[in-house]
Design a protein around this ligand. Structure first.
Ligand code: FAD
Ligand code: NAD
Length: 479
C-alpha cells in the first residue's frame, strides 16, 4: 500500500473536486484520482463540466449570441458593417476560459493540500483504491472513506456511431472548425437545443430529430409550448418530433441520415455534420471491481440514500453517477454534503428545490413542481403569470420574449413551483429557489420591494398575479 488517506475521491468533476476541497478544508488528508487529459494532452481537473460541458458550451453560446445580436443592433440606432465570424478565434477564446478554470482547480487543490493522483481509479475493496497511470503503472492506496464521483458519458446509438469527424457527440460539437452548412442533431433535449442554437446562430441550417412525440416533456407544459414556438418560428430551428433514425452513412464530404418521420415515412437527408445527444449514462462499470457489494440500479446508477451513502459502509457516491438530475450544481452540493458528513456534521441536501436551466435564448428555467405534476398529485394551486413584454427593462433591452409563471398552494399560498422563459431566467429563477427554501408565500414575494427597472419585477408581478393583484398587467381584475 503506497499511502493511506482519510478520503480518496475518484473523479475530479464538480462532484469530486468540490468534495475533495471541502474534505481538506475540514482537516482531512485527501487524494483525488482523475484520469482525464486536456486538449494539450496534460492531466486536467474539473471533469465534464469544466472541460467539455457547462463551461465551453456556455462560452460558445455567449459568443454566438453576440454574433447574432450584432445583426439586430440597428434597432438601437447602432449600425455595424461587415459583421463576420472567426470560428478558430471563437474556439480559442473558449479554450482559454476552460484553461483558466481548470488551472484554478489545480491551484485550489494545491492551496488546500489535496493530492492529485493522475490515473484511472478502481475501488478494489471497502478501504482500498487502485490507480493505474497512463504507462500502466499500478499503485494501491488505503482510504478510510471513498467517494465515487466518476460522472457520466454520452449515450451512443448503434445507428449513428460517433467518429468525431462527421458524426460527433457533445464533445465533438464544441470543436467544429467551420460552420456546418447543414447540421443534424439527434435528440432535441438540453444539449441538442443548446448546441443546436450555437451553430444555428452562426449560420447552420439545423434539423433536430427527436424520438418523442412531445417536446421537452418534463418541463411545464406552457413553457415547452412557448419554447417550441420561439425556437421553430422565430429562430428557424427545424425541430421534428416523433422521428426514429434508422441508419447513417458517413462519407468524405457529408453524412447521410435515414429516419422514419412522424407520419411513418422513410426519409433520407444529407448533412455536413451530425451531433448525437440522446442522453448520458453513469460511469459506474469501470470503477467497481468484482463484487464488493456496491449496488447499482438497472441503468447503472450507483444506489445511494438521501445522504449519498452506498450499500458499503464508508463508500459514498455523488454527482451524475447517482440518481437525480445530471446537473453540475446538484453534483457540487452532494460533494459538500458527503465531505461534511464524513467530518461528523449533520449536513443534508434539499432535493426539492434544485433549479434547472436550458441556456438557449430566451433561457428556460424552472424550480419546484410543474402544473402537470401538481395536477397528477391532486394538489390544488393558484397560478400567476407576467410577460416580459410588459416589463420596462426588457423593453429597454429589446428583449421581451417569454414570461414568469409562479404556482402557489391554494390553501397555504406557499410557492410550489416557478417556471420562467425569458432573458436571464437562470438568475431570476434562483430568487424563487431561495424564496421556496425559506417557505415563502406568493403574498410574501408580492409584498417585497423590487428594484426598478429590472427583469426581476416580472417575478414580483407574477407573484402578485397569483391573487389577481398584478399592477402592470392588462386583463386581470384587482381583487
Ligand atoms: P463529471 O463532470 O462527468 O466528472 C467525472 C470525472 O470523473 C471526469 O473527469 C472523469 O474523467 C473522471 N473519471 C471517471 N472515471 C474515472 C476513474 N475510474 N478514475 C479516475 N477518474 C475517473 N450541467 C449544469 O448544471 N449546467 C450546464 O450548463 C451544463 N451544461 C452541460 C453541457 C454539456 C455539453 C454537457 C455534456 C453537460 C452539461 N452539464 C451541465 C452537465 C454537467 O456537466 C454534469 O452534470 C456534471 O459535470 C456532473 O459532475 P460529476 O462530477 O458528477 O461528473
Ligand atoms: P436529454 O435527456 O436532455 O435529451 C436527450 C433527448 O434525446 C431526449 O429528448 C430524448 O427523447 C431524445 N432521444 C433519446 N433517444 C433518441 C433517439 N434514438 N433518437 C432521437 N432522439 C432521442 O439529454 P442530453 O441533451 O444528452 O443531455 C444529457 C444531460 O446533460 C441532461 O440530462 C442534462 O441534465 C445535462 N445537461 C445539462 C445542461 C444544463 O443544465 N443547461 C446542459 C447540457 C446537458
Amino acid at each position: 500500500m503506497s499511502e493511506t488517506f482519510d478520503v480518496v475521491v475518484i473523479g475530479a468533476g464538480p462532484a469530486g473536486y468540490v468534495a475533495a476541497i471541502r474534505a481538506a478544508q475540514l482537516g482531512m488528508k485527501v487524494a483525488c484520482v482523475e484520469n482525464m487529459l486536456g486538449k494539450n494532452g496534460k492531466p486536467t481537473l474539473g471533469g465534464t463540466c469544466l472541460n467539455v460541458g457547462c463551461i465551453p458550451s456556455k462560452a460558445l453560446l455567449d459568443s454566438s449570441y453576440l454574433f447574432h445580436q450584432a445583426h439586430t443592433l440597428q434597432v438601437h440606432g447602432v449600425s455595424v458593417k461587415d459583421i463576420s465570424v472567426d470560428i478558430p478565434a471563437m474556439m480559442a477564446r473558449k479554450d482559454k476560459i476552460v484553461n483558466q478554470l481548470t488551472g484554478g482547480i489545480h491551484q485550489l487543490f494545491k492551496a488546500n493540500g489535496v493530492t492529485h493522483l493522475v490515473g484511472k481509479g478502481r475501488l478494489l475493496a471497502q478501504h482500498q483504491v487502485e490507480v493505474t497511470d497512463e504507462t500502466g503503472n499500478l499503485q494501491r492506496y488505503g482510504a478510510r472513506h471513498v467517494i465515487i464521483a466518476t460522472g457520466s458519458s454520452p449515450i451512443t446509438l448503434s445507428v449513428a456511431p460517433v467518429d468525431q469527424q462527421r458524426i460527433v457527440d457533445s464533445t465533438g460539437a464544441l470543436e467544429f472548425l467551420e460552420v456546418p452548412k447543414r447540421l443534424c442533431v439527434i435528440g432535441a433535449g438540453v444539449i441538442g437545443l443548446e448546441l443546436g442554437s450555437v451553430w444555428a446562430r452562426l449560420g447552420s441550417q439545423v434539423v433536430l430529430l427527436e424520438a418523442l412525440e412531445k417536446f421537452l416533456p418534463t418541463l411545464d407544459g406552457q413553457i415547452s409550448k412557448e419554447a417550441f414556438k420561439l425556437f421553430t418560428k422565430q429562430q428557424g430551428l427545424d425541430i421534428r418530433l416523433n422521428c426514429r433514425v434508422t441508419a447513417t452513412q458517413s462519407r468524405q464530404g457529408d453524412v447521410t441520415v435515414d429516419y422514419i418521420d412522424g407520419e411513418g415515412r422513410t426519409v433520407t437527408e444529407v448533412f455536413d455534420k451530425v451531433i448525437v445527444c440522446v442522453g448520458r449514462r453513469p460511469n459506474s462499470q469501470d470503477v467497481l471491481v468484482g463484487d464488493i457489494g456496491i449496488a447499482t440500479d438497472e441503468r447503472g446508477f450507483i444506489r445511494v440514500d438521501d445522504y449519498c451513502t452506498t450499500s458499503v459502509p464508508g463508500v459514498y457516491a455523488v454527482g451524475d453517477v447517482v440518481r437525480g438530475p445530471m446537473l453540475a450544481h446538484k453534483a457540487m452540493e452532494e460533494g459538500v454534503m458527503v465531505a461534511e458528513r464524513i467530518a461528523g456534521q449533520a449536513t443534508a441536501m434539499n432535493y426539492r428545490y434544485i433549479p434547472a436551466v436550458i441556456y438557449t435564448h430566451p433561457e428556460i428555467a424552472g424550480v419546484g413542481k410543474t402544473e402537470e405534476q401538481l395536477a397528477s398529485e391532486n394538489i390544488e394551486y393558484n397560478v400567476g403569470m407576467f410577460p416580459f413584454v410588459a416589463n420596462g427593462r426588457a423593453l429597454a433591452a429589446n428583449d421581451t420574449a417569454g414570461w414568469v409563471k409562479i404556482i402557489a398552494d391554494k390553501s397555504s399560498d406557499c410557492i410550489l413551483g416557478a417556471h420562467i422563459i425569458g432573458s436571464s431566467a437562470a438568475d431570476l429563477v434562483q430568487q424563487m429557489a431561495i424564496a421556496m427554501e425559506f417557505g415563502a408565500t406568493a403574498e410574501d414575494i408580492g409584498m417585497m420591494v423590487f428594484s426598478h427597472p429590472a427583469l426581476s419585477e416580472a417575478v414580483h408581478e407574477a407573484a402578485l398575479d397569483v391573487h389577481g393583484h398584478a399592477v402592470h398587467k392588462v386583463g386581470r381584475k384587482r381583487k
